[in-house]
Design a binder for this molecule. Sequence first.
Ligand code: ADP
Length: 271
Amino acid sequence: MSADTPLSKDRANPAVDGSELIRFDKVVKRFGSNTVLDELDFSVASGKHVTLIGPSGSGKTTILRLLMTLIKPDEGTIKVGDAYLTHEEKNGRLVPAGEKHVREVRKNIGMVFQQFNLFPNMKVLRNITEAPVTVLGLSKDEAEQRARDLLDLVGLGDKCDAYPTQLSGGQQQRVAIARALAMRPQVLLLDEVTSALDPELVAGVLDVLRDIAHTTDITMLCVTHEMNFARDISDQVLMFDAGRVIESGPPEKIFSDPGHERTREFLSAVL
Ligand code: ADP
C-alpha cells in the first residue's frame, strides 16, 4: 500500500494510541423472555483485533448489532470513543443517548455482514462511493479515487464497472469490505463474513482481511468460526457462553491451553 491510501497506518486512525475505544458496561439485551446478554462487561483498546467465539446463540452477533446501533440494549451503557450509544448521563441520571451519538457512532463503525448486502442496481464503484459522497461529503473524484485504491487492495481493481450479480460471492464480499473501509471507520465489525461462501472462495476473503489486520491500525471485532484465521489476526479472543464472557486472552492461550471446560468443549467441536 502506498503512503496515501485510505488505510495506511498513519492516516487510517490518527487517534490510535491503545486507549480504550469500546466499552460495554453491564449491558443487558432481551428478546422477549430470552435474556441474550446478561450484564455483559468488556472493553476493546483502539487498534486491537478482538475475535468473539462461542456456541451458536451465545449472543455474539447481538453484540455487533448493538455496536452498530441496529438494536438497543435494555439496560447498561455502550460507549464508542466519546459517544454513548445508548445512554448519556444528564443531571446524574442515565437517559437514552440522542441522535447525535448514534450518528457519531455510525460514522466511526463499518460493518460487513454474512450476506454481502451490496446495492444490486449500482456498479461496484458506485457501491463504494455512495456513502462517502452522501454521508461524508467527499467530491465524486475523491470518492472514486478512494474506491479504486480500496478495490486494488481487495484484488478487484478491474471490477469497477461490474454489477454485483456479475461477481462471485467471494468477490462481492471483498467489495463489501472495500465499501465498509471507504468510510475510514475507526472500527470494523465482521459478522461471520465467510459463512455464506462456497468453501473455495473463503480463503480469498480471509487473505484480504488478514492483510488489512496486519497492515492497518483499524480496530476489529470479528465473529467467526474460522479458528485459524482468528488465531492469525487476534490480539484477544473472547469466549462467550449464554450471554457472558466466560474466558478471554491472547489466541495462543485460548486455543492451546483454554482454562474453562466450556471453551475446551467448544474448541474440540470446531477445530
Ligand atoms: P450468535 O451470534 O452467538 O449465534 P445471536 O446473537 O445471533 O447469537 O443470538 C443470540 C440469541 O438471541 C439467540 O437465541 C437468538 O435466537 C436470539 N435472537 C437474536 N436476534 C433476535 C431477534 N431479532 N428476535 C428474537 N430473538 C433473537
